[in-house]
Write a protein that binds this ligand. Structure first.
Ligand code: ADP
Ligand code: F6P
Length: 352
């Protein structure tokens, strides 16, 4: 069979390297040469002057040791021009020139839209979900989600230890652009008392303050508020400057809400002047870790499934997990599935 190619695209996520190695091992077993496309769709449109910055022939020797490494060996990039037909045609032509019979795209929903566009240009594509956000509605898990939650778990446990020592509540911001899965799962698994997610449009600062104050009143002086970064966008309007400035707290006009500002606001709204509230942003450490066992195992299975599908001329599919089992379905259908928000667990965390 002719060659296949693989690329990683969008935000990097733990397990991308493991999936690439799995694709490479499966391809090697079937004597299918493998091309690694560098920097997502950017490499595919030949954006860089040096050929090796766009793509490379992959040998097992080269990549044998990368499976458990964090980051993505193939690099990743966002390639805004790829939404244009002209560039999709250019990429399809490049793959035909390279004699590539199928492409494995590892990324999130944006990357899958790129794969969908390429499949419309006649390139057989398979998508492997790779995003820490877990915002793909068709699958229960995507590569990197479990690892990111585990990184948050470590961070939150450490935060709660120092919070306990000082009787200080804490705001912890975690990633999640439109999806609160990392925040909610991390809050559930560490026993945090408040979680704020982007799915709840128009959530109120005062509601969080009220809940925190009632926890403090009941003797919980080290409660943790976990906030998914995307929730700052869906918060009901609240002028932090107008509120904080007259109280002498640090603030500037048009200040956007963030973890530190939120902690200051909650502190100012606390019943006692003694209450001190601190903030921690977990940030990119969530993306830069080696994959957990769960992500590594899924990467292995997804990589082998991707190559086998291409070998059997089944294409334009994405791989996912449903009821704990790895499966595949058409890209078009998968992209229509709405992300699932576990409102029941969200309510439980904020109520118990
Ligand atoms: P993710 O794959 O993690 O969702 P992005 O949304 O940033 O990340 O998308 C990654 C890349 O996928 C984009 O930079 C672009 O190259 C490509 N892409 C996104 N949306 C489309 C689209 N509608 N059509 C074609 N390509 C797209
Ligand atoms: O989609 C994954 C993600 O890590 C989001 O949680 C976050 O909002 C975004 O990527 C950050 O993207 P960038 O790498 O462009 O800063």
């Amino acid at each position: 069979m002719s060659k296949i190619a693989v690329l990683t695209s969008g935000g990097d996520s733990p397990g991308m390297n493991a999936a690439v190695v799995s694709v490479a091992r499966s391809a090697a077993l079937l004597d299918m040469p493998l091309i690694g496309i560098k920097r997502g769709f950017s490499g595919l449109i030949g954006k860089y002057t040096k050929t090796e910055d766009n793509f490379l022939e992959m040998s097992m020797d080269q990549i044998l040791d990368i499976a458990d490494l964090p980051g993505t060996y193939l690099r990743t990039a966002r390639c805004p021009e790829f939404v244009q037909l002209e560039y999709q045609q250019k990429a399809a032509q490049m793959l035909r020139d390279l004699d590539v019979a199928g492409l494995v795209v590892i990324g999130g929903d944006g990357s899958f839209r790129g794969a969908q566009a390429l499949s419309q240009q006649g390139i057989p594509c398979i998508g492997i979900p790779g995003t820490i956000d877990n915002d793909l509605g068709y699958t229960e898990m995507s590569l990197g989600f479990d690892t990111a939650v585990n990184v948050c778990l470590e961070a939150i446990r450490a935060v709660r230890a120092t919070s306990r020592s000082h009787d200080r509540p804490h705001v912890v911001e975690v990633m999640g652009r439109n999806c609160g899965d990392v925040a909610l799962t991390a809050a559930q698994s560490t026993g945090c008392e408040i979680v704020v997610v982007p799915e709840v449009e128009g959530w109120q600062v005062d509601d969080v303050a009220r809940r925190l104050n009632s926890l403090i009143e009941r003797g919980n002086t080290r409660a943790t508020v976990v906030v998914a970064e995307g929730a700052w966008r869906t918060m009901a309007e609240f002028d932090a400057y107008e509120f904080l400035h007259p109280l002498g707290a640090r603030a500037y006009p048009q200040q956007r809400m963030d973890a530190v500002t939120f902690a200051r606001v909650l502190q100012a709204k606390a019943a006692s002047d003694e209450t001190q509230i601190r903030a921690t942003v977990v940030g990119y450490t969530q993306r830069g870790h080696a994959p957990s066992a769960r992500d590594g195992a899924f990467a292995f299975e997804a990589g082998t499934m991707a190559v086998n599908l291409l070998k059997h001329n089944i294409s334009n599919q994405v791989i996912g997990v449903r009821s704990g089992r790895t499966f595949h379905m058409p890209i078009d259908t998968a992209l229509k599935a709405k992300p699932h928000f576990n409102r029941r667990m969200f309510n439980m965390v904020n109520a118990l």
